[in-house]
Design a protein around this ligand. Sequence first.
Ligand code: GN1
Ligand code: MG
Length: 368
Amino acid sequence: MNPETTASHFNAPGRVVTVLNIDSGNVNDTYRVIKRTTFSENQFILQRISQAVFPRPDLVMSNVKAITDYAHDKLEAQSGNSKRIWQLPRVIQTRDGSDYHLDADGNYWRALSMIASATSHEKVLNPEHAHEAGYVLGHFQSIIADFPADQLADTLPGFHITPQYLKQFDKVIEKDEAQQRLVASSEARSIAEFVEDRRIFASKLEDAVESGELHHRPIHGDPKISNIMIDDITGRGTAIVDLDTVKPGLIQYDFGDCVRSVCNPAGEEARDLNEVYIDTDLFQALVKGYLKQADKFLTDADRKYLYHSIRLIAFELGLRFFTDYLAGDVYFKTSYGSQNLNRARVQMKLCESIEVRELILRRVLDGE
Ligand code: GN1
Ligand code: MG
């Protein structure tokens, strides 16, 4: 079913004028729908949920509905004392009251409200932007901190559990197709070596969970720069979007993911590895923004693992991209043949830069 036909199933006034493709995100297909009545225009986000990634899109939607309902109430209650106007997408139901539309081809579609007068970016603009990303993430974590975890289905088992990605990598690399790709590319072989050298480190955060030092709590799961919306009028952060991955996890997964995305000025799709590094000015700004919100809930143990989380999540994403390249691009969407290999090279280069700059990064985290 095409997006135009699908758009009309959702409960928004007017007739569909156009459906624009939004070429962002590595998993779901995303569109912006414009509808008009005689006197108004309504726009919303329409997405086809990837079933290669989410085997149960219905459960993804019940999670998103539950979290947004909870967070909207909380934001509303706090709005009188809040310095800024926070926004968060709302699930737009179908005309028959469902949170998603299942089409004749078995595709799951969902509609979400747009964040008003705001823009997101694929790459960081400047330290002020990095500050806002940190601030928005810290704020969101504080809003969902008390959300009852038992109300959330686990729609992505193993998400951000690095040792499990390593196990998957070990399985994939044995296959003929993967071996052929390794033989054909010296870049692929050097990433495989990079992974081998960091095997022990892969369980750093999970070991701390096992020993009881770190605890799960609700997290966003995917706080990359393009999921942070900046208010066009004030230049301040106003929302975090893409709530598919909200579930219990470590706040370190979020922090590490935000840093590896925001503090690499070249972005995830860079082709020239010389441009990929962790920018310590951006990092300082992000940490400052994050701590304005997170200082009140971070424990000493949480702080102890912040540096590791940056290194680990860059490594983990590199490993996920690399495994997908070896497996024949079954998870992340691609637009050219070696895109997942290139994405993996970027994250591993970033991981290396994080290792080289460890002392500076730690000093920033310690407030020195
Ligand atoms: C995927 O689809 P998107 O772009 O929001 C991925 C994240 C990665 C990200 C890297 C469910 O997110 O974990 O960090 O790509 N989401 C899922 O760009 O795997
Ligand atoms: Mg996502």
